[in-house]
Design a protein around this ligand. Structure first.
Ligand code: NCD
Length: 308
């Protein structure tokens, strides 16, 4: 595969996306085949923003490939706290590692990083912009649940303005045929114009709605997101909008029997815990898929995917 860094999900062609998912499926079925494939390799995880699933699934992924992991989990424990630039940090860490996964509050930070080092850079989330490895996770989960990625009606709900997982998910799904979107958000947290333009460019059908109930009977996938508190300029706006959408068992009564409910997590209160036992709730399966697709991504970027 030709790619060196993963900054945006569109860096991957559809065939590359599909073969990475095939590899993840294979790892899931035969994990022992891969136990030593990253022996003597090091992954650096540079997290300038909080994370549970992304950072720990990257760590677990590298461990299960027989490699090692170094890094930091908050900006405050790195030299960023002393005023070091992202460029200098990455250039330095490139001397100690074979591949870097980084999360940063500033949009575009991973692009800057990729220019400063020769080791592959993975964008593990840049501000309110993109989150390509969450999208790989989402696609793998959808493909395993539905056995297809085309002909799908997808509802994305919550903070569509700052929710980077949604921006990357839409970009990726547009590459498959016959995809339709319901964009469920309050007026203030609407999807950015550039995402609408992208949907139009691909000729996808999309509709903005203000309630879950308007969309839910039509959906194959419902992708819930939390309101991104850390991206708000003032706390009052956050408090006003934080409970805009809560998925509960009542709203699910009018949903399809084979709806798949996803959420990148963390959940605050936008999905009632009573739904966790519903067979349609797949957000913890999704978290598990995240480890396997990251194993496939690491192997691919290190050029080791064909060796096993
Ligand atoms: C998401 C993120 O960081 O953007 N979380 C994740 O990586 N699974 C979603 C979020 O924080 O709301």
């Amino acid at each position: 595969m030709g790619i060196r860094n993963l900054i945006n999900i569109t860096d991957l062609k559809i065939e590359e996306l599909n073969s990475m998912m095939d590899l993840a499926d294979n790892i899931m079925d035969n994990p022992e085949k891969y136990y030593e494939s990253c022996k003597n390799k090091k992954l650096a995880t540079l997290f300038f923003e909080p994370s549970t699933r992304t950072r720990l699934s990257f760590t677990a992924a590298m461990m299960e490939l027989g490699g090692n992991v170094l890094g930091f989990s908050e900006a405050g424990s790195s030299s960023a706290a002393k005023g070091e630039s992202v460029s200098d940090t990455v250039r330095t860490v490139g001397c100690y590692s074979d591949i870097i996964a980084m999360r940063h509050p500033k949009e575009g930070a991973p692009i800057v990083a990729a220019e400063k080092t020769t080791v592959p850079i993975i964008n593990a989330g840049d501000g309110g912009h993109f989150h390509p490895t969450q999208t790989l996770t989402d696609l793998l989960t959808i493909r395993r649940e539905k056995n297809r990625l085309d002909k799908m009606v997808i509802g994305v709900c919550g903070d569509l303005k700052f929710g980077r997982t949604v921006h990357s998910l839409i970009s990726a799904m547009l590459r498959y045929d016959d995809i339709e979107f319901y964009l469920i958000s309050p007026e203030e947290l609407k999807i950015p114009q550039y995402v609408k333009d992208e949907m139009d460019e691909y000729g996808a059908k999309w509709k903005e709605v203000r309630t879950i109930e308007e969309a839910i009977p039509n959906l194959d996938i419902l992708y819930m997101t939390r309101v991104q508190r850390e991206r708000f300029f003032n706390e009052e706006d956050y408090i006003r909008l934080k409970d805009s959408f809560i998925l509960d068992t009542k709203k699910l009564e009018i949903a399809k029997e084979d709806l798949t409910i996803l959420h990148p997590l963390p959940r605050v209160n936008e999905i009632s815990v009573a739904i966790d036992d519903d067979p349609r709730a797949k957000y913890f399966t999704q978290a598990l898929c995240g480890k396997y697709i990251r194993m496939a991504l690491i192997l691919t970027l290190l050029g080791l995917d064909k060796e096993v």
